[in-house]
Design a protein around this ligand. Sequence first.
Ligand code: ADP
Ligand code: MG
Length: 275
Amino acid sequence: MMLNIRDLRVSFQNESGSPTEVVHGISLSLDKGETLGIVGESGSGKSVLSLATIGLLPKTAKPTGEILFNGDDLLKMPEKRLSQLRGSKIGMIFQEPMTALNPAMRVGNQIAEGLRLHRSISRAEAQAEALRLLDMVQIPDAKRRIESYPHEMSGGQRQRVGIAIALALKPDLLIADEPTTALDVTVQAEILDILDDLVSELGIALILISHDLGVIARIADRTLVMYRGNEMEQGETERVLRQPGHDYTRKLLSALPRRARAGLDFTSPAPGEAP
Ligand SMILES: Nc1ncnc2c1ncn2[C@@H]1O[C@H](COP(=O)(O)OP(=O)(O)O)[C@@H](O)[C@H]1O
Ligand SMILES: [Mg+2]
């Protein structure tokens, strides 16, 4: 297993000095070429879990348990090695791509800069690689777009650039925390399909986090349902959707628009719901 999280708990130290636990013993595992979806309403602990996995929890957070990445426990790793790992093996994609981009720099240069920071390649090689990455995330007219500034692009295109920047480091694991939440529905679907293609083409592992079960259902092989820091259930996405093992999952399912639910192709309706 590439990633193996065992009994992860995260507490925050608050002003009064007493710690508050917000993630209560989560375990999960993930291998290359797999997508794990993590779903739950706002405040479930999804982001805290993902920050723990890239070693970016705030200083006030106390994690316990194990986060084994290729056999090494990230919770015991010195900060220097952790930041090397973040720059190479583990990539992150955020909800609002604008915050991850430099507004004053052409997108091609931003991708190339990241490349040159981690690999000794020439400026021209880095530009060529940036172009290849923009093609890979299906930016139309990439040759011209490589010269654009972030504000000249749509939200969906900026998110593609965010993915390209994360991919530039050739990560083994990509963590996408609400990557499509700020986007229109049709653009959401495009971005999810790109992520799905990357998982199969590059054989990376993807953790896809969303409050929207419809987003998770689209591409996740397995799904972890969280509520208030607890695991409600975890399993093959098909199974979770068709035979939810928890009332909370049924609640998330019933919150989906009817057409989306139809698209999910349920064989058995949730109790109390007309077929
Ligand atoms: N820096 C922090 N200090 C204290 N509590 C925090 C901090 N970050 C998150 N929390 C708390 O942890 C819980 C989970 O938050 P979060 O992981 O952001 O939820 P989600 O991403 O599922 O919406 C929430 O109750 C939130 O208030
Ligand atoms: Mg969050």
